[in-house]
Design a protein. Structure first.
Length: 143
């Protein structure tokens, strides 16, 4: 079943879900209730397609800096949130903060050391930590 057919089969369902939602709930409970009933939630048979992340970090050079970059893809928002929280905790522990770019269920991470605008051992260490967190996330959310 393709995405267009799923959309057609679920047409108008989101309005019914809104009407049936318990509006006296807290905002987070209401959001959770709406999210669980979102029309496209029943697409697990074919979508989302799992695409593996790039196996290695890539080294780039721009006009003003040299940096490491890697893209991570996730099947669910829960995986993405878990991954980001763990990465932020690791970054805080090491006092070294990367650039995160998030779009849908994809996270691009850019690592470089500000001040020297280059890749240092701290960046390499953090890249390995992020890879370990990604593996941990895949195992923790295995269905």
């Amino acid at each position: 079943m393709n995405l267009a057919r799923i959309a057609m089969n679920n047409r108008g369902r989101s309005l019914n879900v809104l009407k049936e939602a318990n509006m006296s709930s807290t905002p987070s409970n209401l959001f959770h209730q709406l999210n669980n009933n979102f029309p496209y939630q029943n697409r697990n048979s074919e979508l989302p397609l799992e695409v593996e992340e790039k196996p290695n970090w890539s080294l780039y050079q721009s006009e003003d800096k040299i940096f490491l970059k890697k893209r991570y893809r996730f099947n669910t928002s829960e995986q993405l949130k878990y991954f980001l929280i763990e990465c932020i905790d690791a970054s805080s522990f090491l006092h070294h903060f990367p650039n995160f770019a998030i779009k849908e269920k994809i996270v691009d991470i850019i690592l470089f050391t500000q001040g020297v605008n280059d890749v240092t051992e701290q960046d390499k260490k953090l890249s390995k930590v992020f890879d370990d967190i990604f593996k941990e996330t895949k195992v923790a959310f295995r269905s």
